[in-house]
Design a protein. Structure first.
Length: 320
């Protein structure tokens, strides 16, 4: 009888059979797709670089206002939308009810007023982070958790929630700054409620005055864009009647970046945290702080913060 070939030895030139598939192997992990909406190009670039540096996250689009955020979300169908509050054209509060029907929304903003926090949550936001109150890793964790329906709040936002719970006699809908969240801000740009798939539980209980009728079949036209230029409030002072006037910070003559850093100093952040939040080096932070102290005639962080927030004895007087 002739010798039979060893079945364990491949015949020369014969193709190898594919390796057996493991039926219990986990499927390839899909990357978490994010849209970043903020009118500050530096903030957008920093957030995109931070999130894109993670293996499981991909920034699929950036937007400079609520209209662009809606268009990007409608086109890319992301897993999460990062949304600023104050933006030109369509602000974040106006666009929020439309965006949450497409994907979970995480507010990422400098706006820390309790009325804004409460209204954002009422309109469907899944979380609220205030710049200066979180680290880079905490932001990444929040983005991952928002996708799974787990909310995230920084201390200021959590405090606003506590205030709302404790005010049992509070009105059903707190007043907002003039022009912020008005129906015309969104509808003038053709943002529509139709054709969306994601409807969070928070959105079902919202009773705001934004229309539910589709506008222009969900398309955005140049005619609509030219009809209305919403007047979006850009200042946090004077939002609610009866509140004391904010200190006149213009007298300090800080640049936009210096004012941003001074806000972070007043919130209690150290130089390392400020550098991470602003996406700059600690050396640059120190240089900014030296110029800030000179302009505020201050020798310490506490003294500068007191003048900045209006609690110093000379906060409402000239610098002399």
């Amino acid at each position: 009888m002739p010798d039979l070939p060893d079945p364990t030895t491949a015949h020369p030139g014969a193709s190898q059979p594919p390796p057996p598939q493991n039926p219990f192997a986990a499927p390839p992990t899909q990357r978490l797709r994010v849209v970043v909406a903020d009118d500050n190009p530096v903030v957008r670039a920093g957030l995109t670089a931070l999130l894109s540096g993670r293996a499981d996250i991909e920034v699929v689009a950036e937007a400079a206002d609520g209209r662009q955020a809606y268009e990007a979300a409608h086109q890319h169908r992301p897993d999460v939308v990062l949304l600023d509050v104050r933006m030109p054209g369509v602000d974040g509060i106006s666009a929020l009810p439309y965006l949450v029907r497409i994907a979970p929304v995480l507010m990422l903003t400098y706006s820390r007023e309790s009325e804004i926090v409460q209204e954002a949550l009422r309109r469907g936001a899944g979380g609220y982070l205030v710049h200066g109150e979180f680290t880079a890793d905490q932001l990444v964790d929040a983005v991952r958790d928002i996708r799974e329906g787990r909310p995230h709040f920084t201390p200021t936002a959590a405090g606003a929630l506590l205030t709302q719970l404790r005010q049992s006699q509070a009105p059903a809908s707190p007043s907002l700054p003039e022009g912020l969240g008005e129906s015309t801000s969104a509808t003038a740009y053709g943002i529509s409620n139709s054709g969306h798939s994601h409807t969070p539980p928070q959105q079902r209980s919202w009773t705001g005055n934004l229309p539910t009728r589709p506008i222009g079949g969900g398309s955005v036209s140049s005619e609509n864009l030219s009809q209305v230029q919403p007047d979006v409030a850009q200042s946090s002072s004077g939002w609610t009647s009866g509140r004391p006037a904010a200190p006149d910070r213009s007298r300090f003559q800080l640049s936009t970046r210096e004012a941003e850093i001074m806000d972070l100093i007043a919130s209690g952040m150290n130089n390392q945290q400020i550098a991470a939040t602003c996406f700059i080096s600690e050396k640059t932070v120190k240089n900014h702080i030296n110029r800030i102290f000179a302009k505020l005639h201050s020798t310490s962080r506490s003294e500068a913060a007191a003048k900045w927030i209006g609690t110093a004895p000379d906060a409402h007087r000239g610098l002399g």
